[in-house]
Design a protein around this ligand. Structure first.
Ligand SMILES: Cc1nc(C(=O)O)sc1CCOP(=O)(O)O
Length: 200
């Protein structure tokens, strides 16, 4: 069972470096999702993380295929309206490509496009999608049933509700605030990892 940590776009490069190096051995993947930082900053962050010993295999670059290529990262995550997954897989077959999906239809499209996994959300209410009800665990279960590729759940997942997600036989979970808004990110990640590991 995979645990993905997604950066929240609110931290400085220095803070990100501290948090990511502290959780790098706990979580399976760390998505660098820094939409308001310029490419030069993101490249510098990735290079600093690698220099600090974070394994390249654990880093996922959100949206920016160019930055992944430039920094030698072989994981890219494509949000809605990003690059077409099929074209990325054709051009860079070795690249592990994830796609964000919000319905069965989008999930099937991602699978047909040879995405390696899909990220389905948002399962529960979350500050990241203010005013929008969660899509719920039943919708999550249907996606898992209908897809061959791994489904990772995202959105409002905390230690208190993660069991409901694990019951749906997901391949993993992804969290942002549970780790990045915590005053003790490493402890928060360990706590969640322990629960997730018990669930499979
Ligand atoms: C980055 C992201 N994508 C989502 C989607 O539904 O596709 S929800 C989300 C944010 C998740 O943050 P938190 O763990 O704090 O709820």
């Amino acid at each position: 069972m995979e645990l993905h940590a997604i950066t929240d776009g609110k931290k400085s490069i220095k803070e990100l470096k501290e948090i990511i190096t502290s959780i790098a051995d706990v979580v399976d993947y760390i998505h660098i999702r820094e939409k308001s930082k310029v490419p030069a900053e993101i490249v510098a962050l990735v290079e600093e993380l690698i220099y600090a010993g974070v394994e390249k295999e654990r880093l996922v670059i959100n949206d920016r295929l160019d930055i992944a290529l430039l920094t030698g990262i072989r994981n890219v995550h494509l949000p809605a309206n990003s690059l077409p997954a099929a074209k990325v897989k054709t051009a860079y077959p070795y690249m592990r490509v994830g796609v964000s999906v919000h319905s069965v239809e989008e999930a099937k499209t991602a699978e047909e496009a040879r995405a390696d996994y899909c990220l389905f959300g948002h399962v529960f209410e979350t500050d990241s999608k203010k005013g929008l009800a969660g899509r719920g665990t039943n919708a999550l279960g249907k996606i898992v049933e209908q897809l061959q590729i791994p489904v990772i759940a995202i959105g409002g997942i905390t230690p208190d509700n993660v069991e409901q997600v694990l019951e749906k036989k997901v391949h993993g979970i992804a969290v942002m605030s549970t780790i990045f808004s915590s005053s003790q990110p490493k402890e928060a990640a360990i706590h969640l990892k322990n629960i997730v590991q018990k669930g499979g």
